[in-house]
Design a protein around this ligand. Structure first.
Ligand SMILES: Cc1ncc(COP(=O)(O)O)c(C=O)c1O
Length: 370
């Protein structure tokens, strides 16, 4: 059994993917070919925003967004303590200062109350908060109605890191459409993944979109050899765009399958584990299905699953504020994040999980002591 079975997915779509790749090989426009623009149009429509700007990966998408917002030295960016390293890494990359706040103990996403306290504390410490990066952790959109209100009140720009959340929604509004600008990743294991690295930026703001288009190609102006600002080389390969166009045709169906699996897991497991909490009107993209042990016995479950040949993973064993390069920056106390690092583990959830595989995962967690 695979944690995320990309081979099983490919088996379902191989002829169509081969055809799409062959078309790119035939036309030969490997950089910024027609598939890149077709994909951007389709993704913008899917998310329900004016602009989609594709780029080389989800980390660059975050960095490009910070650059487009003009975030740099002297600025502080507030973010969650519980995410993948890239969320925080991009902040010092643009010369700004990260400041970490805690998560909500139920959704595991950035906690609005901790954010309010963090803004006040950061200002007291002489920092200048300019932006917030919220993360749609494990596929669940963060509490954007509240986050947007807080950011407006404090004149902060809001970035949605939807690397894991693409496909999720709040009251039907899709992940990738919240805040001033949003980003996603097409890393192969993500809800919508390509066969290499890829990423995208979403915004309704024309000016930010134009800046991102320039910044992703060496700060280009009128043309490629007219460079009007310092940018990056961060384009999505045409072949990856072609693969994503094909994968997008199955995406809704895949989301529905993961939704069904998560609902079966939760029904069976909630008595014994803390299962994911999805607020009313929210839809998760189910990038991960993450449990927390109720009795401080994660090690037992990890061993048990290993013995049964069931792959599992710990997202994340260390909070961002505890990672070595971040130790010099200020953080709120983060008891919820710290606790999760010790208790969480994720079990396989993907759209090609068979009934038999699902049942053996449930058996592994419900029966047969070690
Ligand atoms: C929350 C989050 N942000 C950013 C990224 C970075 O994406 P990428 O690996 O495409 O650079 C990832 C994934 O890897 C992620 O999970």
């Amino acid at each position: 059994m695979q944690f995320i079975d990309l081979k099983a997915q490919l088996a379902h779509m191989r002829p169509a993917i081969d055809k799409r790749i062959a078309k790119v090989l035939d036309h030969g426009q490997f950089i910024m070919g027609p598939e890149v623009f077709e994909l951007e149009e389709q993704l913008a429509e899917y998310v329900g925003v004016k602009h989609c700007i594709s780029c080389a990966n989800g980390t660059d998408a975050l960095q490009l967004s910070l650059m487009a917002l003009g975030i740099g030295p002297d600025d502080t960016v507030i973010t969650t303590a519980f995410s993948f390293f890239a969320t925080a890494e991009v902040i010092p990359l643009v010369g700004a200062t990260p400041y970490f706040v805690d998560i909500d103990p139920h959704t595991y996403n950035i906690c609005p109350v901790s954010l309010e306290q963090g803004i006040a504390d950061a200002k007291k410490q002489g920092l200048i908060p300019k932006a917030v990066i919220a993360v749609d952790l494990f596929g669940l959109p963060a509490n954007y109605p509240e986050l947007e209100r807080i950011c407006q009140r404090h004149n902060l720009r809001l970035i949605e890191d939807a690397a894991q959340g693409f496909g999720g929604s709040i009251k039907g509004q899709k992940a990738g459409s919240f805040g001033d600008i949003a980003t996603t990743s097409f890393f192969p294991a993500k809800p919508l993944g390509c066969y290499g690295d890829g990423g995208a930026i979403f915004t309704n703001n024309d000016q930010l979109a134009e800046l991102c288009k320039s910044l992703r190609i060496h700060g280009k102006g009128e043309n490629k050899y007219d460079n009007v600002r310092v940018g990056m080389n961060s384009r999505l390969d045409t072949i990856q765009a072609a693969i994503l166009l094909e994968k997008l045709t199955c995406f809704e169906h895949e989301l529905a399958k993961r939704q069904q699996i998560s609902s079966d897991y939760s029904t069976q497991l909630h008595e014994y584990f803390n299962t994911p909490s999805v607020p009313q009107d929210y839809q998760s993209a189910w990038a991960q299905y993450t449990l927390t042990s109720k009795q401080n016995d994660r090690e037992y479950w990890l061993k048990k699953l290993q013995k049964d040949d069931i792959p599992c993973a710990i997202y994340y064993p260390t909070g961002l504020n505890q990672q070595k390069p971040m130790l010099g920056y200020i953080s709120m106390d983060t008891p919820n994040s710290d606790k999760l690092c010790e208790h969480v583990f994720s079990i396989p959830i993907h759209s090609y999980l068979t009934l038999q595989q699902k049942n053996s995962i449930l058996d592994g967690l419900l029966r047969n002591p070690l």
